[in-house]
Design a protein around this ligand. Structure first.
Ligand SMILES: [Zn+2]
Length: 363
């Protein structure tokens, strides 16, 4: 539908849109930020520019305040351009309205609530129990207030629904079938203790989304055996079975025993669920597992790139120690050593703090 002229009088003129109106070009309102602040100030129609109490057009300073601006030059331009764009008959009508104080622009209700959510799945196609698709878990939400993350997930999982629904969420279900009642602990991979890049490596490993060189092997003659032990490389071989990893796993076994936990390949890959009663300990154990995965990942990358062999157990130890040092120095400078001890010196497995306030690393 198109219109050739803007309304010139009556409530139609008062309700004439200020934004996106080709019949009433207000150039300054074509900027996205100006448009947003006008919507915020609820000034979207010609009638909204009138101040009925003062019997005049809105004061630019008042409008600036409503638009959340500190200076009135943009509101002044909005007013000037709107007035200039109005035909003389419309200007004369508005002058009469301001004089009489009536009619007022019709009050319009806010936009209706829009709910957005996935369409219910057809009953003849039940979702795979361990699919990578989260579509069946997403509930309809109010579009206006939905968090960005939720909308992103909804769009992503809708666009790629067919690919995701046919894919299990982790390759490890076949390689390392979860024990009864065991679930991949996706939520345990990230926490306040785990640095983001470290969490990302755990997340990728749990998905099975780490490079094994198979794609590269199509173009270049890379060997399909492990560069450390010569055994044919698979995801399980590289991250669980390789001989070079066993000293690291022995160290983890000893550390976790101090927390009364049994280290196993399942715990290593699927991570530890966080329980409210043992939260501090669970967070610390998940950090250790994540740093161990990162040590394996980085030493392998280094070996492939430079043919340099690093001891992943030593790398793991030094990364735990530097992590603790960094947090300790921060705690000491902010006078929060008690909180540090509660979090990091649990059972003195990794470190302890002396009465004089110095750090003793036990790992
Ligand atoms: Zn190996």
């Amino acid at each position: 539908m198109t219109r050739s002229v803007a309304a010139t009088e009556g409530v139609d003129l008062l309700a004439e849109p200020l934004l996106h109106n080709p019949q009433l070009r207000v150039q300054v309102a074509e900027s996205r930020s100006v448009r947003q602040s006008l919507i915020l100030a609820e000034v979207t129609r010609v009638g909204d520019l009138l101040d009925y109490d003062r019997g005049d057009w809105l004061d630019p300073l008042t409008l600036a305040r409503r638009m959340g601006l500190s200076r009135p030059h943009i509101p002044r331009r909005v007013l000037q351009e709107a007035k200039a764009a109005l035909p003389p008959a419309a200007r004369a009508y508005l002058d009469r309205v301001l004089l009489k104080g009536t009619p007022r622009p019709p009050s319009t209700p806010g936009p209706p609530d829009l709910l957005i959510g996935p369409l219910p799945r057809r009953p003849n196609r039940p979702p795979h129990p361990f699919t990578a698709s989260q579509l069946h878990e997403l509930q309809p939400v109010c579009f206006q207030t939905a968090p960005r993350k939720h909308l992103y997930t909804l769009v992503l999982h809708t666009l790629h629904a067919l690919t995701l629904v046919s894919r299990p969420e982790t390759k490890w279900r076949d390689l390392l079938p979860p024990l009864e009642g065991e679930q991949p602990q996706w939520a345990s991979l990230y926490s306040t203790l785990v640095p983001r890049p470290v969490g990302d490596i755990s997340w990728r490993l749990l998905h099975g989304a780490v490079s094994m060189g198979t794609y590269l092997a199509r173009f270049t003659p890379v060997p399909d055996t492990c560069p450390f032990c010569g055994v044919r490389k698979t995801l399980a071989q590289v991250y669980l079975e390789c001989a070079r990893l066993q000293p690291l796993f022995q160290l983890l076994t000893n550390l976790l025993l101090c927390f009364w936990l049994h280290f196993s390949p399942h715990l290593f890959i699927y991570a530890l669920p966080i329980c409210s009663l043992t939260k501090s300990q669970d967070l610390l154990v998940n950090l250790l597992l994540a740093l161990a995965k990162t040590a394996i990942y980085k030493t392998r990358e280094r070996r492939l790139a430079d043919a340099v062999s690093c001891d992943c157990r030593a790398i793991f130890r030094s990364s735990v120690r530097s992590c603790i040092w960094a947090v300790f120095l921060w705690a000491a400078s902010t006078d929060s050593l008690d909180a540090f001890e509660e979090r990091w010196a649990l059972s003195e497995v990794l470190c302890s703090v002396s009465p004089s306030g110095s750090l003793c690393l036990t790992l």
